[in-house]
Write a protein that binds this ligand. Structure first.
Ligand SMILES: Cc1cc2nc3c(=O)[nH]c(=O)nc-3n(C[C@H](O)[C@H](O)[C@H](O)COP(=O)(O)OP(=O)(O)OC[C@H]3O[C@@H](n4cnc5c(N)ncnc54)[C@H](O)[C@@H]3O)c2cc1C
Length: 376
């Protein structure tokens, strides 16, 4: 293919899109995939690291193992994007594209929550690894799992964090000496699925986890160990496990592509308003949650659209916005929520009760992607 396809970001979206182009076009794919990191880590692995169920080394999937024909993976930091010219500047040079895909995910906006730093959050790999010793040694007092703003990645993840913390404290025989509170700005744990929210709310009640909905953590005072909520209320804590406010990466904000913090796209095609420029995943406002499974679904449609464009074929079916997220309920049990965001007038969700089958399904989810993207 003569067309130069430049994909920014090798996360769920960028890896899936590049894989499809490689499978379809082989050595002729002419894809340049750029990421500043040296390894991919599944989002859910951060919880495993936080609770000491695995090590950082074990969950890192090094990019050097990506062997997709026709895909050149470069470790560079993107410093400027010109969507009009389809030109990308990195710390190593300039890449001109005929088709450009922005899949740079969402970054964390620590400054939006005074007092919050990486030391208090489990949403980055470094944050989760850094907090793991504090979780391990926590044996009495008040633990607060606190969300600092919506939208945030993987809406069920903070609920999972509260339930896994309960499990960890129970396992160590110190649960009775600890209190757990969970602060979330949404009206319920998973609003598109009342059934899932009800199951999580019941699980919190059974485990004596205090659920505070419709509130976000607005500021943290680490010295006094106080979390201030957006209604002015305060929670004293001994352990704070936070979810920072999210925003598009700086380079995306500076490119002029973002509106209200994220890149608007046509949710049926993932096209931006610039011809030949697509955006997929957490960096967009595509009408779906910020989750890997949705980034991947969007990437599939964008890849099919790019192929159709290159081959002069009719466009693919529009993105359906359907995805399944697995939910750790603790005690080695995993449930799931399947949500359909785009096909009806409003999102609808169905709940899969925790089961051994769903545990196996989640393991297959990870294994399939490791094999597909990393040949592992
Ligand atoms: C605790 C937790 C649990 C989660 N659990 C799940 C789950 O069970 N299921 C699920 O589907 N999702 C889950 N997620 C969410 C999931 O991880 C993200 O939604 C997903 O990774 C988004 O994919 P993406 O391709 O849009 O962006 P990302 O996967 O974030 O990829 C973006 C890439 O862009 C790169 N990048 C950014 N800026 C630059 C730059 N300037 N230069 C070069 N490279 C750059 C980054 O290094 C990164 O590799 C979870 C997230 C967390 C935090």
């Amino acid at each position: 293919m003569d067309a130069r396809i430049v994909v920014l970001g090798a996360g769920f979206g960028g890896l899936e899109l590049s894989t499809i182009l490689s499978q379809e076009l082989g050595e002729d794919a002419n894809v340049t995939l750029i990421d500043q990191g040296d390894a991919f880590v599944f989002g859910y692995s951060k919880l495993d690291v936080l609770f000491g169920r695995t090590t950082l080394d074990a969950v890192r999937l090094p990019y050097r193992d990506v062997a997709l024909p026709g895909v050149r993976l470069l470790r560079e930091t993107i410093v400027a994007i010109d969507p009009q010219a389809k030109r990308v500047t990195t710390d190593a040079g300039v890449h001109e594209a005929d088709v450009l895909v922005v899949a740079l995910g969402a970054d964390y906006d620590y400054a939006a929550t005074p007092g919050l730093t990486q030391e208090h959050e489990f949403y980055s790999v470094a944050g989760a690894a850094g907090l793991a010793p504090a979780v391990r040694s926590f044996s009495s007092g008040h633990a607060v799992v606190g969300v600092c703003g919506a939208p945030f990645k993987c809406p069920p993840a903070p609920s999972e964090c509260a339930l896994l913390l309960h499990d960890e404290l129970t396992r160590r025989g110190v649960r009775d000496a600890c209190r757990i509170s969970f602060v979330i700005p949404l009206p319920s744990p998973v609003p598109p699925s009342p059934e899932t929210s009800a199951a999580l709310t019941a699980a919190f009640a059974e485990r004596d986890i205090e659920l505070i909905t419709g509130r976000r953590v607005a500021a943290l005072d680490p010295a006094r160990k106080l979390a201030r909520l957006d209604d002015g209320g305060e929670l004293a804590f001994d352990l704070f496990l936070g979810v920072p406010k999210h925003r598009a990466p700086d380079v995306v904000l500076a490119s002029g592509m973002a509106e209200d913090g994220y890149v608007p796209v046509d949710s049926a095609t993932l096209a931006t308003r610039w011809p030949g420029v697509y955006a997929v995943g957490d960096v967009t406002t595509a009408g779906v949650p910020k989750a890997g499974v949705f980034a991947e679904g969007a990437a599939r449609v964008a890849a099919r659209g790019i192929l159709a464009r290159l081959r002069g074929d009719p466009p693919p079916a529009p993105y359906d916005g359907i995805g399944v997220c697995y939910i750790e309920f603790g005690d080695d049990r995993i449930g799931a929520v399947t949500v359909d965001f785009l096909s009806g007038p409003k999102p609808t969700g169905t709940f899969g009760a925790p089961s051994a089958e769903l545990r196996a399904e989640k393991e297959r989810f990870g294994a399939d992607r490791r094999a597909r993207w990393f040949g592992a």
